[in-house]
Design a protein around this ligand. Structure first.
Ligand code: COA
Length: 373
């Protein structure tokens, strides 16, 4: 048996090259196109980061303004899309709505050839909040919202559509930073799925639809929703300690902790934890942030496990008034920038992605069934 198959899950395997980001490299941390995540979260906007990922270099002021104008113009949903969203069940998971919406946009506005890929990515970046929140409001309160409203940024678009009013600057910047943190993460499972699809020379919308389906699971993007469900179970830090110790004793996985690549911390956690604390303080929270810290402490003491980006994103999104089932869809609204960059990178130097498998089934044997012919 090879070392690879013993480890399982392709752990430690270098599956290709990328110039888009580094994850967990000694002394480098997380970078997007060479820029540290700390600098980007401090000084950039999500739109600048999305432009950087898609184009390889940061935008000049005129390019940034043109990019923001293109995003603003791409928020409107065509009538057939609105009809589809109205027909989808109110009980659907919002991730299924985004997956379906993405696939349907590929029917309505197909990528005719690969030169249209960048335009299709701008369309999806702008349209995902519209698709999600049009469906949400129609089924929650029967309202057909105008998805074109909502300020210049994707964060303000999202929060305006969700709450029906202009967001506070603190809330808007908190979501903006969270979108920066979620934008890109090298060969994670959903990005790899997008690249496998791109490697067959399939169309852009198929690549992103594959990625959304892969992100949905609780071991990947679904962890932020699952973490909120767990945090909400506890009223006090003491109850959180007791409950978490009991869960560990039952050998349960605690969502929002651990990572395949990072060994002792996730650099994105320091940033989102700080924002969760600021948002909690602004709302006079005395429950969710202290409960989260108690869980973090137990995981470190008992298992040396550290929070990943998803853990404190949960309480941060809660403070922003985002319902838990929309947490992973927010991840989609951001990560579509990284997925798209990877699709374009794969296409630029493509070879079909098709690994070998180690066969562990029965030895060759004769087919002896004759009956019924
Ligand atoms: C991220 C994750 C999938 C990485 O998985 P992986 O590299 O395949 O590591 P494994 O799942 O094999 O875990 C290795 C060991 O750590 C334990 N472990 C890892 N994450 C754990 C967690 N969140 N809670 C409890 N135990 C955990 C495993 O039980 C396993 O212990 P064992 O060797 O005694 O069986 C894993 O840490 C996890 O499931 N985390 C929770 C989901 C999550 O937050 N996902 C978002 C990732 S950004």
């Amino acid at each position: 048996m090879s070392e690879t198959s013993k480890a399982g899950g392709l752990a430690g395997v270098t599956a290709g090259q990328t110039a888009i980001s580094t994850v967990g490299k000694e002394g480098v941390g997380l970078t997007y196109r060479g820029y540290s995540i700390e600098d980007l979260a401090q000084d950039a906007t999500f739109e600048e980061v999305a432009y950087l990922l898609l184009n390889g270099e940061p935008p000049k002021a005129t390019e940034r303004d043109a990019f923001i104008r293109s995003l603003g113009a791409a928020r409107a949903l065509p009538e057939p899309m609105r009809e589809l969203l109205e027909k989808l069940p109110a009980t659907a998971h919002p991730m299924d709505v985004l997956r379906t919406g993405c696939s349907y946009l590929g029917c309505l506005e197909p990528e005719r050839d690969f030169s249209a890929g960048l335009g299709a990515s701008i369309r999806l970046l702008a349209a995902f909040p519209s698709i999600l929140l049009y469906w949400y409001h129609y089924h929650q309160n029967g309202r057909r919202i105008d998805t074109r409203q909502g300020g210049r940024s994707i964060a303000s678009h999202f929060l305006t559509l969700l709450h029906g009013r202009e967001p506070e600057p603190l809330d808007c910047r908190a979501l903006d930073v969270s979108l920066i943190l979620y934008a890109e993460h090298e060969f994670n499972a959903s990005t790899f799925a997008a690249r496998v699809c791109a490697g067959t020379l399939s169309d852009y919308h198929s690549c992103i639809t594959s990625a959304i389906g892969t992100l949905r699971g609780p071991l990947h993007g679904g962890a932020n929703e699952a973490a909120m469900e767990m945090i909400s179970r506890y009223e006090t830090p003491e109850a959180a300690r007791t409950g978490t110790l009991a869960a560990l004793a039952r050998k349960e996985k605690i969502m929002g902790f651990g990572h395949r690549v990072y060994r002792d911390h996730d650099p994105r956690n320091t940033i989102i934890k700080d924002w969760a604390q600021r948002l909690g303080a602004a709302r006079g929270d005395r429950r969710y942030y202290p409960v989260s810290e108690a869980i973090e402490q137990v995981l470190w003491e008992e298992k040396k496990l550290f929070p990943n980006l998803d853990f404190y994103s949960a309480s941060a999104y809660h403070f922003l008034g985002i319902p838990p089932t929309l947490f992973t869809p927010v991840f989609v609204c951001s990560r579509v920038s990284g997925w798209s960059a990877h699709v374009f990178e794969q296409r630029a130097n493509n070879r079909l992605i098709r690994p070998d498998a180690e066969y562990i089934g029965p030895a060759p044997r004769p087919w002896a069934v004759r009956a019924g012919r």
